[in-house]
Ligand binder design. Sequence first.
Ligand code: GUN
Length: 286
Amino acid sequence: MILLDGKAVAKDRRAKIKSEVDSFKSKFGKAPGLAVVLVGDDPASQVYVGSKEKACAKAGILSQRFDIDKTQNVEELDSLLNHLNADQDVHAVLVQIPIPKPFEYRSVLELLDPRKDVDGLTYDSMGRLWSGHKSVAPCTPRGVMEILKYYDINVAGKKAVVVGRSNIVGKPMAQLLMDENATVTVCHSKTPSLEEYTREADIVAVAAGKPRMFGKEDFKKDAVVIDVGIHRLDSGKLCGDVRFEELGGHASAATPAPGGVGPMTIAMLLQNTLDLATAIETRKLK
Ligand code: GUN
């Protein structure tokens, strides 16, 4: 079984992004800029946002963080987004999920200029992706496609099953696989006899959100298994949606979790920032 080593792929991609950021700087006289908006004090989000800031610094991307206290009023967040939309040094904006009430993710997100939507989650970006005119795709499914490409796993003509139908992973994952000519089935928590679908698939991307839910018996021999889940068990150990240790000698390739898709999400955030920045600055030259 080939171990799909997301950490190694992310390292390779981040080195390439860094050199592309250097070219961007010489061409446009500024760094690509990412604004990260963190609402409330969710401890996991604090950690994620910290890692995103560190990765930006390493790649030469200018990141700015904006903390909004959950007791602040909705208008303050609205005016922050208006300010970021207008800021010439901000090319990309990420509003970290989850956000606490009374803030509402969708209404916040729709205030964002879609040209700065680094997560690809505004209605505009989602519509573009589904209609074949994509701006940027959400980071996690984009990261999965990069892993497949890095390991020369051809998806054209293959049967792919995506487990999960979220806007941030499942739906865009299905679209990206279709873009590469896979035949895609999307399953979810209400799909009866889920394993009947996963067992038929050449490629399975699992974003079910349930720790260690899937094992060897759920996949056909020589399947490619991509685990998008990440969970912290009571023991403190991290695990994915798949019992990775069962897959040796059965799957043809699989991502571990941790160390698979996770590191790619951050690498693709850098890539999306660079892509949006390039589009914005190139438009200004015209
Ligand atoms: N929370 C967990 N993952 C993500 C992500 O990729 N983007 C945003 N905006 N929030 C997240």
